[in-house]
Ligand binder design. Structure first.
Ligand code: BGC
Length: 990
């Protein structure tokens, strides 16, 4: 219940009189609230007790001062009870000052209070297809989403209306010529465009208005836009072209074309589809800040095109377009164990481009790729996405991408067939150079050898600036560790490389100087995983610490998670987990950025929750699931790595790895509340599950790799693989239910029960509550994945706890066990023990890497001196990042109300940790869960975003009292549960 804003003046008057009459018993400041209006009260600072919230709280910051709750306020404004209160023991002098100044302050603020309340619900953060104002989307029915800015208690969206049209001025006034939904009574903040059929190459503007919990309309959101691209392959006008060279030729080709424009340009777009990689230039300038475009796909099944706004790059008069093509995964010349060099799609890179220009007079013109382009070889004399890039600066052709360049010596291009029948928009966050990392130190080994240390492990590139004579050759070798003699050691990452000669050294760029002043080199078509760079030159050079810089590259997904705690190891672990997650996100999730760069399925589904808690990565996952659909065999089988040139259909592709097809769409559904990906993958999941059923008639399957890279104990492959088979069947049944496929729902539900029974019959000793031999993975996997019978969960969990204790409170798991162990413990009454494992700093543990080796990323193996599987930037043990959110922060999505429409809130105030705070930007806004221990008292603070609810469960120790916003709460049993509306709450357990 909240009062109508019209009575605010009256309320203020009541407060005014009340304050004057009753001061100093009660002092109330109206909650003038929000980031728009900050009020600074000098007394707060002097007493030091008025804490203003920072960071994630800022949106809901309110200032509210009182000496004790006022009965009138309490009666009329239950809202006030949800606010943070700040108590100020006042001196007589302060009280006097307040008595004089406060009434005036109140009167001054009153108009702000009224206007703030009248516009307190505003739709913000409008996105289309989960992107901000995207260009070149192909979706005929794009998804539109927004958030609410409404800091009031119990803020809700009663209804909404969408306005979409082609005229932004009209849309901003509430009129759209494409779609006007009118007021729709619904709380959803995700809708699918259903207006007039969208036309290609058209910019659409849209806005949304919402009605708040009292039925008051908000203002229209600031107008947002999306622009369609090709939409249909038949809209392409250009031709696929390349040079006439074969796949073995090493130098990368340049392409150019000039043209004249004589009218005033209103807007211009370049649509460029490439098999391989590209850089696009107009009139000498590089277009855009993307790196390694387009993203890797199975090129012969789906090829991506990218749209660039080139309006400001073009000029009236003569123009030149230049394209430099790289090999990427399309023309893989390096030789390694996955046979990319034998990929069925392998060809010299090729592209197709349409430049669409709209003039001020309304006319349009299209410049296309075709026979009128010319080509030549570039100074990029070798490029491999896997190993490195070589550049001979002496071969540069200054001005090659400018209008007046003399290209008379350049060659004709050739027509090529389209690499696939599906040329589709790259509708996702691109790869960028997200962070610049200066070298921390440099070690000059001799006049020609320098070793740089970035101080942290990254994926990306290094850039070198150097001054030396023409012809001097620099080799820049990258690695994650050093030999004792100070040189870069690649022996942990070059093991799968099978070079045929010494011209293509691993992880190494080669630069040949032109001798023309200070030269800069950074590879265009390669990235590496590294911390150290060893520069060797063919003649002595002078370098400084500043000569080399690192650039952290990855898919530029917006961060949506924040975490901090009183334990520095936990904080470092969280950062290391995110560093490894991002180092392994390059348009598809990879295992490691140095040794493989493979889309290993198992690593990715294990890390998907960690990714989703921390980054807004839906666009990457949606693209990668399309890669899955491209790779699936008619019988349902998927390869172990996706995309693949063909390798991986025979090994490591059982359900413990390739359940990505079910688990990732399901997790995306839980985190975004969007069924699109589940629906797109539904038939694929079904074919996949049906295949496992076909080869596993008993309900048990031995298809899989098992608990990869375990500490010591091995668990049966059948146990772990069957758990994933069960998970897939369960997800499929739930998806069937959601998508209204009743008979499938019944069928796969029954299948899930059959698998569960077979699993428990074979592995569970119902007398002892022990699975198999009772090692950690065997006990935690069935608990975590829901195979353990409810009646025996407590016994199994107790056995797991005993097992962990017997293993001297250390983990003894591999990849599949790490997914389960911490969750199985914390979800079943052993959160303290889970934390003990998670925060361990002795071997084997995550903290061991951090403390003993200064790790800034996660490793592939538990011992630091292991002999194999020793990448130092693997995400596969990364579930710990998600566990911190789930158990310490207690934030989980509710599958009944996904997308955090309802939040499951169950933090554990674990022993040994004094403070923990986590926030997650959900589709509805920031969820904050934060707690602090002070002696025996725990203060728990939570923010529930507008238009959502939370099911809170707090652990309560016997005889503890619980206060919610200072009011004593009734507790029955050893936990406190409550359904919370949106707002800010402070609980105290003491
Ligand atoms: C990868 C792993 C992967 C595994 C599967 C390794 O080479 O780096 O992360 O999951 O193979 O067997």
């Amino acid at each position: 219940m909240f009062v109508n804003t019209a009575i605010y003046p009256f309320i203020s008057l009541v407060f005014f009189l009340n304050t004057v009459l009753h001061f100093p018993d009660s002092i109330h400041l109206m909650p003038v609230t929000t980031s728009d209006l900050r009020v600074s009260i000098p007394f707060c600072k002097t007493t030091g007790q008025c804490r203003r919230t920072k960071g994630p709280y800022q949106q809901t910051m309110r200032l509210f001062i009182q000496t004790k709750p006022h009965p009138v306020a309490k009666h009329y404004f239950p809202y006030f009870q949800s606010l943070n209160r700040y108590y100020m023991p006042l001196t007589v002098f302060q009280k006097l000052c307040f008595r004089i100044t406060y009434p005036f302050l109140l009167l001054c603020l009153q108009p702000f209070c009224v206007s703030a309340q009248q516009t307190s619900c505003t739709p913000v953060s409008l996105k289309c297809e989960y992107l901000v104002n995207p260009l070149g989307i192909d979706a005929a029915h794009p998804r539109l989403t927004w958030q609410l800015q409404d800091t009031r208690f119990d803020a809700k969206q009663n209804s909404y209306q969408i306005i979409a049209g082609t005229d932004s001025a009209e849309v901003s006034k509430g009129a759209g010529n494409c779609w006007q939904t009118g007021e729709v009574h619904s709380a959803t903040q995700l809708i699918v465009y259903a207006g007039k059929a969208l036309q290609p190459f058209t910019r659409y503007y849209w806005t949304v208005q919402v009605w708040d919990k009292d039925g008051h309309p908000s203002p229209l959101a600031p107008v947002s836009s999306f622009e369609t691209g090709m939409m249909e392959s038949s809209n392409w006008k250009g031709s696929w072209i390349s040079d006439s060279r074969d796949i073995h030729l090493k130098p990368a080709p340049y392409f150019r074309k000039t043209f004249s424009l004589d009218k005033k340009i209103k807007s211009a777009r370049a649509y460029i589809a490439v098999a391989g990689l590209y850089e696009l230039y107009i009139n000498g300038n590089k277009i855009g800040n993307h790196r390694l475009d387009p993203m890797y796909t199975r090129f012969d099944r789906r090829t991506l095109y990218v749209t660039h706004d080139i309006t400001s790059a073009l000029q009236t008069g003569k123009n030149a377009i230049g394209v430099l093509l790289g090999n990427g995964w399309y023309n893989h010349q390096s030789t390694a164990v996955w046979y990319y060099h034998e990929a069925p799609w392998r060809q010299r890179p090729t592209f197709c481009m349409d430049v669409r220009i709209t003039y001020e007079d309304g006319s349009t013109e299209i410049i296309t790729s075709g026979k009128d382009w010319k080509t030549a070889l570039s100074p990029v004399i070798f490029n491999s996405i896997y190993t490195g890039e070589h550049y001979d600066a002496r071969l540069e052709q200054p001005g090659w991408n400018e209008p007046d360049f003399d290209d008379s010596k350049w060659k004709e291009v050739i027509f090529r067939s389209s690499p696939s029948n599906h040329i589709v928009a790259q509708a996702m966050q691109p790869i960028r150079q997200v962070e610049e990392i200066p070298a921390q130190s440099v070690n000059k080994i001799n006049d020609t050898t320098w070793v740089y240390n970035l101080g942290r492990n990254i994926a990306g590139v290094s850039r070198i600036r150097v001054n030396a004579p023409s012809g001097v050759v620099l080799r820049c070798k990258h690695g994650e560790r050093l030999y004792t003699n100070g040189h870069v050691d690649q022996s942990n990452i070059d093991v799968h490389y099978r070079p045929t000669d010494n011209t293509d050294p691993f992880g190494t760029d080669i630069y040949i100087l032109s001798g023309k002043g200070t030269e800069t080199f950074m590879p265009r078509f390669n990235y590496k995983g590294f911390q150290y760079i060893e520069i060797t030159s063919s003649a002595p050079v002078e370098l400084t610490k500043e000569s080399v810089t690192g650039y952290f590259m990855h898919s530029d997904v917006p961060p949506v998670g924040q975490l901090s705690s009183s334990n520095p190891t936990i904080n470092k672990l969280w950062l290391a987990t995110n560093n490894s997650y991002l180092s392994n996100l390059f348009g598809y999730p990879t295992d490691c950025p140095q040794r493989e760069k493979n889309g290993w399925t198992g690593d990715a589904h294990i890390a998907s929750e960690t990714g989703l808690y921390n980054f807004d990565g839906i666009t990457i996952y949606e693209k990668w699931m399309a890669d899955h659909r491209d790779e699936q065999q008619p019988n349902g089988v998927l390869p172990a790595i996706i995309p693949t040139s063909g390798w991986g259909y025979e090994w490591a592709n059982g359900p413990d790895w390739t359940s990505t097809v079910a688990i990732i769409p399901w997790n995306v559904y839980l985190f975004y509340g969007d069924t699109t990906l589940l629906a797109r993958c539904y038939e694929n999941i079904k074919r996949y599950v049906d295949h496992i059923t076909e080869i596993s008639p008993t309900g048990l399957t031995t298809w899989g790799l098992g608990d990869w890279v375990p500490v010591k104990s091995k668990s049966p492959v059948e146990l772990t693989s069957t758990a994933y088979y069960f998970t897939d069947a369960t997800i499929l049944a739930k998806a069937a239910h959601l998508l209204g496929r009743k008979s499938d729902y019944e069928k796969y539900n029954a299948l899930a029960s059959k698998i569960k029974n077979a699993f428990n019959n074979k592995y569970l000793n119902t007398q002892t509550g022990i699975y198999g031999n009772g090692v950690q993975t065997e006990l935690s996997v069935p608990l975590f994945w829901g195979l353990a019978p409810d009646s025996l969960k407590a016994a199994i969990a107790a056995n797991l706890a005993k097992r962990v204790q017997a293993d001297s409170n250390h983990i003894d798991v591999g990849l599949l066990g790490t997914k389960a162990i911490l969750n199985a413990l914390s979800e079943n009454g052993y959160a303290d023990l889970a934390y003990k494992l998670a925060s361990r700093e002795t071997f084997p543990s995550w903290g061991w890497w951090i403390v003993a080796n200064g790790a800034t990323t996660l490793y592939e193996n538990w011992p630091i001196d292991a002999k194999s599987d020793i990448s130092m930037n693997h995400i596969m043990f990364g579930e710990i990042g998600a566990w911190m959110y789930k158990a310490l922060g207690g934030i989980k999505p509710d599958e009944e109300h996904p997308g955090f429409k309802n939040i499951l809130l169950q933090p554990y105030f674990v022993n040994g940790l004094n403070q923990f705070e986590v926030s997650h930007q959900s589709p509805y806004g920031a969820i904050v869960s934060s707690w602090k221990r002070d002696g025996k008292k725990i203060t728990y603070k939570v923010i529930i975003p507008p238009n959502t609810t939370a099911s809170l469960k707090l652990p309560v120790i016997q005889k503890q009292k619980l206060y919610k916003n200072d009011m004593l709460q009734k507790i029955t049993g050893n936990s406190y549960t409550e359904n919370l509306s949106s707002g800010t709450y402070v609980f105290e357990l003491k």
